[in-house]
Write a protein that binds this ligand. Structure first.
Ligand SMILES: [Zn+2]
Length: 538
């Protein structure tokens, strides 16, 4: 602090409960900010001498100040584009196939560009009919232009007949080894494409639906960024970045309009293109950087396609690659200088991945690789020990036990509940596990994750889901801050309130350490600060 004079301090927060998340979990009353950095953390008295006429003083009035939340895995770019599409989620009022058809009809009448009609986030469990919409449901209302509807999990899509015609999918199209095509009782395609069947066939969803213009994507990113800031999120790990989202991020970055900090995980279908450019993990700056390369190993926990052992509910397991293919990918990605991030939910998939990582590291040893296991949902003691030995890093769905707990309960071997979303076991093993939302698979607000991590209570039936894996509020907060920063190699610049770190902050109305667990999901963000700049105030 002695390096600064009072004229130089830009901003001071006082009279607060500052939960710093430093290694000692210490608390403070006040902090001082210079440019985009925290320069002092201490008592009200200690910052007072540095307040000048030009200092912006914020009286917290007893409210709680925390490091900004970091969500290391969600689909910000994809959802920014979806923001331009048609919201078919239950919260948008879609409770039946008829509701969905009405929305499509209205959209078709009002969408003037020639972009596909792009519906997002439908949830068949929340529809009266308790089934997916099919091509004929869509054809009834829109038959002259292509329509695609994405399931909220991002692992299932429904095309109308026109869209199937445009991408030349017929009854005779060979089914890829992973995933499946939906068919009616006569064996005709019903327009529903599950998991990798859909992704592999078309290479990936956005190439099927031409992406909107860069400026439109920027518009979506700014709008979604505002939503995230309202929930205190200051950094996102974009778990599937594409060239066009990279381009939009760069446009916003250049104009200093990025709403929050972004770490991009590039989809492996673009790996060859990216290698040619010579880009590596860490390229970029504190606002926008390349995190690594992301690929999928198995399916989804909420769609019943994850590779979980001994669980009849997971009888539609998807395997996107063979073990040999995974080993080769890990090897190539690591050799090219990228962090590996592999989506692996079930214990079978996680073990497959760990075999591959072990083999790749034997050939090409890397010290601090932090190979990420995305979701890492169902484990056991042996897997945890393997992860620790290899130096891999799990990042886990934080809200899942609550948000999808009832569904997972119906699918999973009951003995495995205590090994699902295993925050307690990973922390006990000394592994800095982080929490994430995987939005749109779960809501983007971290407060739901905190509630789920602490209560392990399901949303609908209010049953306990593997209560052995409960963690404390403080531990849960660490999974969203310091541990999440570690997952993207950013622990030296963010994740805690310490001098020298970026002034990425969130002010909450109540102290999360003092409220009842069920109140965690009702916490309100009063202010969000990114790099010393107030980006949201309630
Ligand atoms: Zn994801």
């Amino acid at each position: 602090m002695s390096n600064y004079t009072y004229e130089e301090i830009d901003m001071v927060f006082m009279n607060g409960k500052v939960i710093t998340m430093d290694p000692e979990n210490s608390t403070a009353e006040a902090i001082a900010i210079k440019n985009d950095l925290i320069v002092m953390v201490g008592t009200n008295e200690s910052v007072k001498p540095f307040i000048s006429k030009s200092t912006q003083v914020i009286d917290l009035g007893g409210k709680t100040l925390l490091p900004g939340f970091i969500d290391p895995h969600n689909h910000f770019g994809q959802m920014a584009i979806a923001k331009l599409g048609l919201d078919l989620s239950p919260s948008a009022g879609v409770k039946s196939i008829a509701d969905l058809q009405n929305k499509l009809l209205f959209r078709a009448a009002n969408q003037t560009n020639d972009w596909w009609i792009n519906g997002t986030s439908y949830d068949e469990n929340k529809l009266e009919e308790k089934r997916h919409p099919n091509r004929w449901d869509i054809d009834q209302v829109v038959s002259d232009r292509p329509v695609i509807l994405m399931h909220f999990s991002g692992h299932i899509a429904v095309l109308n007949s026109k869209a199937m015609e445009v991408v030349s999918i017929t009854n005779d199209t060979p089914v890829p080894t992973a995933g499946k095509f939906g068919r009616d009782e006569n064996g005709d395609l019903d327009g529903i494409f599950y998991g990798e069947a859909f992704w592999k066939l078309t290479e990936y969803y956005p190439r099927l639906v031409p992406p909107p213009s860069t400026l439109d994507i920027c518009k979506g990113m700014k709008a979604l960024g505002r939503d995230y800031l309202e929930e205190g999120i200051t950094t996102v790990g974009d778990a599937v970045s594409y060239p066009w989202t990279f381009k939009a991020y760069q446009t916003l970055w250049k104009q200093k309009q990025l709403p929050l900090r972004v770490v991009m995980y590039i989809r492996n279908s673009f790996f060859d293109d990216f290698v040619k450019t010579g880009l590596v993990s860490g390229f970029g700056d504190k606002n926008l950087k390349i995190g690594g390369i992301k690929f999928f190993i198995d399916g989804s926990m909420s769609a019943g396609t994850a590779a979980v052992s001994d669980s009849p509910g997971y009888n539609q397991q998807l395997f996107c690659y063979t073990k040999e293919e995974i080993t080769e990918m890990v090897n190539n990605i690591q050799k090219a200088g990228f962090q590996v991030a592999a989506h692996a939910n079930g214990d079978i998939a996680i073990n497959m991945f760990l075999d591959a990582v072990e083999e790749a590291l034997q050939k090409n040893p890397i010290k601090d690789h932090r190979t990420r296991i995305e979701h890492c949902s169902v484990v056991n003691q042996e897997i945890i020990e393997r992860i620790k030995k290899i130096g891999a890093l799990p990042t886990i769905f934080a809200p899942m036990a609550w948000y999808h707990g009832d569904k997972v309960k119906r699918c999973i071997d009951p003995e495995k509940e205590k090994w699902a979303f295993a925050f307690r076991s990973f922390l006990d093993a000394g592994i800095p596990v982080s929490g994430h939302t995987d939005y749109p698979a779960n809501p983007y607000a971290p407060r739901y994750g905190l509630y789920s991590q602490v209560s392990r209570t399901t949303r609908d039936s209010k049953q306990l889901f593997g209560p052995e894996q409960r963690i404390s509020v403080l531990e849960a907060l660490r999974t969203w801050t310091v541990n999440a920063a570690y997952a993207t190699f950013d622990e030296n610049i963010k994740g805690s309130i310490e001098p020298g770190k970026l002034a990425d902050l969130v002010v909450l109305d109540w102290n999360p350490l003092l409220v009842e667990p069920q109140e965690l999901k009702d916490l309100k963000v009063m202010m969000t600060v990114v790099g010393g700049e107030i980006r949201f105030v309630r």
